[in-house]
Design a protein around this ligand. Structure first.
Ligand code: PD2
Ligand code: ZN
Length: 283
């Protein structure tokens, strides 16, 4: 069935009023999608109506997240590593997010895709309530993980991320490569774990994510932060850094994010999840 890509003034007004009551934009988007709207259209309408303003997110008695500028945010707009200069194209304070250009060269992107493409498996998700790793309809991509420093290229990327973030290589999970075909997506989620699943031996909580785009996507496939009203267009070699864990162990709920369906072509990304402390147990 053809998806809806037009919106009535009445529905527009209802969305604006519902947002004012503090409703989560992604819940409204999901309701629109359920009603038959095209997902990309639904998110675009919402982003327009949210008008890039942070929206109400604190629910119940949750203490407010205390923002601390991470090390990568104290270095200015050109981030120099031992083998390249990386430019900050955009900075958002809440959730703390940087859009970085030139994190990988075109050749490194191609090599990473080549190294991973015969090892892809259907992606899994961490259940937000139980912390279990399971297959889920909300994540239709395929993916794979490299071992730490598995190849010279992987080691070079990991060292670059360490120099950029000042977060030690040992705190990083294995570099992940994800592949989305047309129509595939990763529904809104948090990268951090539910408190009950945090373990000292595996480095504690996740505190930050580096998401590197390995190709230009002809249409769709944007990374969306619906609570902040932000949409990031994939660009080969560029990366998004977002930070959601502070020194008090709090996590930032504004970091909710998703990858909207690829509308045309395919999407390749590489994700590095970074923990509070060294991951001692990598079994
Ligand atoms: O591929 C993306 O844009 C994306 C979006 C949300 C990846 C992840 N999350 C992730 O790997 O955590
Ligand atoms: Zn994510």
């Amino acid at each position: 069935m053809e998806k809806l890509t037009h919106i009535s003034n009445d529905l527009k007004e209802w969305i604006v009023n519902t947002l004012k009551t503090g409703a989560n934009p992604e819940m409204i988007a999901n309701a629109m999608i359920k009603k038959g709207f095209d997902p990309i259209f639904a998110y675009k309408v919402l982003l327009k109506l949210v008008n890039n303003q942070p929206v109400q997110t604190s629910g119940g008695n949750m203490p407010l997240y205390k923002y601390e500028t991470p090390e990568i945010g104290k270095k200015g707009t050109i981030l120099s590593t031992s083998d390249r200069d990386i430019k900050v194209l955009m900075r958002i304070e809440k959730p703390f997010t940087l859009y970085l250009e030139n994190v990988l060269s075109e050749q490194e992107c191609d090599e990473l895709i080549e190294l991973s493409k015969n090892r892809l498996k259907p992606s899994r998700v961490v259940d937000n309530v139980t912390g279990e790793i399971k297959a889920a309809p909300g994540r239709t991509s395929s993916g794979m993980y490299f071992r730490l420093e598995e190849t010279p290229l992987i080691g070079r990327i990991e060292r670059r991320i360490e120099e950029l973030t000042n977060i030690p290589i040992e705190n990083g999970e294995g570099l992940q490569v994800l592949h989305y075909k047309e129509g595939e997506e990763y529904k809104p989620h948090f990268d951090y774990f539910p408190e009950s699943k945090i373990q000292e031996s595996t480095g504690g909580q996740r505190i930050a994510t580096v998401l590197i785009y390995l190709n230009d996507v002809p249409a769709g496939g944007e990374t969306i932060f619906p609570k902040a009203g932000v949409s990031v267009t994939p660009k080969k070699g560029s990366a998004v850094y977002f930070h959601y864990g502070n020194s008090e162990g709090q996590v930032d709920r504004l970091s909710l994010h998703s990858s909207i369906p690829v509308a045309e072509g395919e999407k390749w990304v590489s994700t590095k999840w970074l923990r509070q402390s060294e991951i001692l147990d990598r079994t």
